[in-house]
Design a protein around this ligand. Sequence first.
Ligand SMILES: [Zn+2]
Length: 274
Amino acid sequence: MPRMREATNDEAIEDAAALLARSRHVVALAGAGMSKESGIPTFRGEGGLWTTNGEPPMNQYQTFAADPKRWWQRRLEEPAGAFGQALDAAQPNAGHYALAELEQLGVLAHLISQNVDDLHRRARQRSLTEIHGNRHWMRCMMCGRRWPRLEFPVDPEDLPPHCPHEDCIGIVKSDTVMFGEMIPPTTLRRCSEEVWKTDCFMTIGTSAVVYPAAQYPADAAARGIPLIEVNPEQTALTDLATIVVRLPSGEALPRIVQAVRRRLESAGDGRERA
Ligand SMILES: [Zn+2]
């Protein structure tokens, strides 16, 4: 089944563009590699925060659930750590904008991101599932409604914050999925639906070790769906990939999109959305 062949990056980019241009429901999975190119430290791998500082407690969610008021007090009192500061300063890079452009061209149907940094949204990606949540959003634990953090003022005198919706009494937390917390079922359902519909799957800057996200490309490949991998390094998915572009996403994606655009234009494909 693996059909990987040795190709130069230039060839792989053209092959990827040809495949993308003729596919009808492309789904992409983006991982920490994309954020890293925007200056956000990764957790795993060489120089990663966890590699350097040790893994965080695996019962974060249980700590929150046991005493949400205390959790919120700490959150409001403690200054943002190095990771938080890097996230707040980060800007979308050329790779983020290229994915948004691929969506505008009518080629990329859906993006599943493992990143919590809001950079896809800020690059104007529309069809997006943030499988680990979004650090700049808040979420009601009961009804699942979400709000941008800046539109949801938290009163330090009235903690924990509660859902403002009149028929809900849920506690509100950061949208980021904590260790020990279940990914919201609606999120998982959306991902499964998109992966089931896909006829071309693209992985970008992900080492595909974190489940359930890692399952999606594996499932697609098991169904014979062609897989494009964009990653400067070899990963667990490389052997499954039909096409491998061994470049950082900020370099590879704009070139792939340019090649897709050229093909659509020469084919007179009117897929581009207004
Ligand atoms: Zn609610």
